[in-house]
Ligand binder design. Structure first.
Ligand SMILES: *Cc1c(COP(=O)(O)O)cnc(C)c1O
Length: 826
């Protein structure tokens, strides 16, 4: 790795920290930052000292990156996301700046255990699932590709809740990730922003006698930025993630205070601090809560003010804003930015409407992440008017002008006007944030080929006709650094032994060379030996976390993702119950031993999802303690699924369950992580599974079930789940048994809701319709697993052909086709 000397330290290179020995740097931080002696230091102290030593080696490059970007007045992409699921950062940062081996050696020379020290780090879990993890992978790729980028989000004091099981039921605890502080943030009070909300709009006349709306009687709150450095892999570029923490403004409580109402003053002060307190734990579900709208506006307004401050330092003409700033909206959560930029340019900078709207629509692009109706954000007009009265007026104006254009395009078509309006009419008028995002952006993208197609044909057909070419696809990806280099050292060593060049973490397509060894049995055995070693390590985690002993030579069947009906963890449960019955009824049957491994959090308010967790745990309890399943079946539900746990499960997986109802999973990224680490996929024709199939070929993946067209046909012709239940005796027996009380002796009705949803509830996710195809496909999986050389070949082909799913490819496509953003080396 070649590193230029720091611009800041030109002429005094010897004094930069990167020239020091890491061990000395760790001891220095232990003594002077933590004020501990080595003899007293706990593992956490060592972890913190090590992290600070690594951070020192990043911050010079971070400063240089900003100096160069500012000096050259570069075009930047601003990524706006309510969620960033960063996970742990120590190992990733050490790898990316090229000091991993040195750091590990230093820790070992100090007589410490590397794994134990790294295990001290709390995950930075400021996201729910795929959407937040995508944002984190994108930041890694942006820096690695030397693209000038800043991520903006919220500095939640509590990230996604910590999950525990009590008698098999999910219990949530606050995620206190900041309890001992974090070494990775840098507070920047000098860039604080004060923003307004609530209040009302008045009309005043300016000195020329023109009526102007003014937003008055507002409340204010201050955003204080915390910057998280994001070091690229094998490059000097260090971008940053700027997260806003909310604080009350000083003048805010003055009036109450002077009235002598001290307690009320302090209470209202606490309101300001509440905004960034906690991440809403809903995945794929809109949330109509006032505080959520306030969170969205808070981070958007702070971020835009920061972006415009930076623009104004170097530029004087607002019409050139779209040349210097391109803003990507990660879902509709930050879509209020479209109205906020409109407000600033119109009300504060006094531009006219046409100029303003031209700037706005050349600045924004929007990524859609879902077609699920329950996840499409809508805000009630009444709530919006209360929190953001001026923005509501502007949204009406945007909509009015847009409706005029639509009426010209489709004269007399009131149905189309209604379908495209930002305002949903009805008893309760609602603002459709996706419509605002589509109208206010120059480009809209879906996150996998199938999803982007459905976006055009099913969700937004008239928008697509009205705006030809606006809708595009950018298939998601994952960073090969975190999801292979950091998490699977055994496989990385094997690549080295077989002369795979060390460029693969930046050029994932180079792993294609693994296919040269498909007929080399020594290589195939070595590949499977690495997998086995990873399974031994996961077995130890399962033992520790669940108290369950599992055999590493069994097939590890993994389903890790948020708990959702559309992801169909209950289909896997029906498979487990069916296999269990087969074992009991036919003890001499030849069967591939399986360990089912789950990881999943359910939204705290999603009762059926929580019930499915309880059901899986209840069935697991019975199966794991039934001597008749010995050596055949085990079920382990690991609590508190998160990025750091994923990093241990994924390298140990044999089979990757990607079994969503076709048309419901926009992309999935867990599917990519698992395939990259040599797990074979059993999956439906949904999301990026379709493209994984294209890459690996039909012989190296297990595809089953209804496709999108068949799902839609079933819905049109009147789907009846009872039909499948009565026709398939194994299915009927499995579901009846689950609900017999056998697995819930204290409450025979414990799982009635699952049964109801699958039968009388109409089975909206077609679990019953796909059951038999799934069971048959699982038999094909078992047959393949018994042919070890064949399985090994398939696994290697999966690892070898994941090049397309590097987030570097995804980000390069965004940069070339949406952002028109050139790289800028430091
Ligand atoms: C990758 C990832 C996800 C997304 O998984 P999907 O299977 O694509 O839903 C969710 N949570 C964590 C912790 C992840 O690492």
């Amino acid at each position: 790795m070649s590193k230029k000397s720091s611009l800041l330290s030109d002429g005094m290179v010897n004094r930069t920290v990167s020239e020091q020995n890491i061990k000395e740097s760790i001891l220095h931080h232990l003594r002077y930052s933590l004020v501990h002696l080595p003899e007293q230091a706990t593992p956490r102290d060592w972890w913190l000292a090590l992290s600070l030593a690594i951070r020192d080696r990043i911050t010079d490059d971070m400063s240089d990156t900003q100096i160069v970007h500012n000096r050259d007045n570069v075009r930047r992409v601003y990524y706006l996301s309510m969620e960033y699921l960063m996970g742990r950062m120590l190992i990733n940062n050490a790898h990316n700046i090229g000091v991993y081996d040195d750091a590990k050696q230093a820790i070992e020379e100090l007589g410490l255990d590397w794994e134990q020290i790294c295990d001290e780090e709390m995950d930075m879990g400021l996201g729910n699932g795929g959407l937040g993890r995508l944002a984190a992978c994108f930041l890694d790729s942006l820096a690695t590709l030397d693209l000038p980028a800043i991520g903006y989000g919220i500095y939640y004091e509590f990230g996604l809740f910590k999950q525990e099981f009590q008698q098999g039921k999910q219990v949530e605890h606050p995620d206190t990730w900041l309890k001992y502080g974090t070494p990775w943030d840098i507070i920047r009070p000098e860039y604080s922003q004060t923003i307004q909300y609530y209040g009302r709009v008045e009309t005043v006349f300016d000195s020329a006698g023109n009526a102007r709306p003014v937003w008055v009687d507002t409340r204010s709150v201050m955003g204080v930025p915390f910057d998280i450095p994001v070091a690229g892999y094998d490059t000097k570029t260090v971008n940053f993630l700027r997260l806003w923490s909310s604080h009350s403004t000083e003048d805010f409580d003055l009036e109450e205070f002077n009235k002598g109402d001290y307690v009320e003053a302090v209470r209202s002060k606490a309101m300001g601090e509440t905004i960034s307190k906690v991440l809403y734990p809903n995945d794929q579900n809109a949330n109509g809560k006032e505080l959520r709208l306030v969170q969205q506006y808070f981070f958007v307004a702070c971020s835009l003010a920061d972006i415009l401050r930076r623009f104004e330092k170097m530029n004087s003409n607002w019409t050139s804003l779209p040349e210097k700033a391109t803003i990507q909206l990660n879902d509709t959560h930050p879509a209020i930015a479209i109205a906020e930029l409109t407000r600033i340019l119109l009300d504060d900078k006094h531009l006219d409407w046409d100029t303003t709207w031209d700037i706005v629509t050349r600045t924004f692009a929007y990524t859609n992440h879902t077609l699920l109706p329950e996840a499409l954000e809508k805000w009630s007009v009444g709530l919006f008017e209360k929190v953001l009265p001026r923005h509501l007026q502007l949204i009406y104006e945007i909509n009015h002008r847009f409706m005029g254009e639509v009426a010209q395009h489709w004269p007399g078509r009131n149905d189309i006007l209604q379908a495209l309006s930002i305002i949903e009419e009805g008893d309760h008028k609602m603002i459709r944030m996706a419509h605002l995002a589509v109208i206010g952006s120059h480009t809209v993208n879906g996150v996998a080929a199938l999803h982007s197609q459905l976006l055009k044909t099913d969700l937004f057909p008239h928008f697509d006709q009205f705006y030809p070419g606006k809708f595009t696809n950018k298939t998601n990806g994952i960073t090969p650094r975190r999801w292979l280099l950091n998490c699977n050292p055994g496989l990385v060593d094997l690549f080295k032994q077989y002369g795979i060049n060390s460029e693969w973490p930046k050029h994932l397509e180079h792993l294609r060379k693994l296919e040269n060894f498909l007929d080399d049995t020594v290589f195939l055995d070595a590949f499977m030996a690495v997998k086995h070693q990873n399974k031994v390590q996961l077995a130890a985690i399962i033992q520790k976390e669940c108290g369950i002993e599992v055999d590493p030579s069994a097939l590890f069947d993994v389903q890790i993702k948020r708990l959702h009906e559309y992801k169909r963890q209950h289909l896997t449960l029906l498979n487990i119950l069916t296999l269990y019955r087969r074992v009991l009824n036919n003890p001499d049957m030849n069967m591939v031993p399986r360990v089912f491994i789950f990881g999943a959090k359910a939204a705290p308010g999603y009762a059926l999802a929580k019930n499915i967790i309880y059901a899986i745990n209840a069935v697991a309890e019975v199966i794991n303690n039934d001597p008749r399943t010995q050596g055949k079946l085990k079920v382990a539900f690991l609590p508190n699924y998160r990025v750091s746990l994923a990093s241990h499960i994924i390298p140990a997986a044999d089979l990757s369950e990607q079994i969503s109802t076709a048309g419901k999973e926009a992309s999935g990224t867990g599917n990519m992580k698992l395939a990259l680490n040599g797990a074979l996929t059993i999956g439906t024709m949904d999301g990026a599974n379709v493209e994984i199939l294209e890459e690996v070929g039909p012989d190296n993946i297990f595809i089953f079930g209804l496709n999108v067209d068949q799902v839609q046909d079933l819905d049109r012709s009147g789907y009846n789940p009872h039909h499948y239940y009565h026709q398939d005796s194994e299915l009927k027996a499995a579901l009846d048994w689950l609900c017999s009380g056998h697995f819930s002796p204290h409450n025979s009705h414990a799982f009635d809701d699952i049964r109801y949803s699958l039968l009388d509830g109409g089975d909206p996710y077609k679990v019953m319709a796909d059951y038999r195809a799934y069971m048959d496909c699982q038999q094909r999986v078992s047959d393949a697993y018994q042919d070890r050389p064949r399985w090994a070949r398939m696994a290697v082909i999966n690892t070898a052909r994941m090049g397309k799913f590097s987030s570097d490819r995804t980000i390069q496509e965004y940069a070339d086709e949406i952002w028109k953003l050139p790289a800028h080396s430091v």
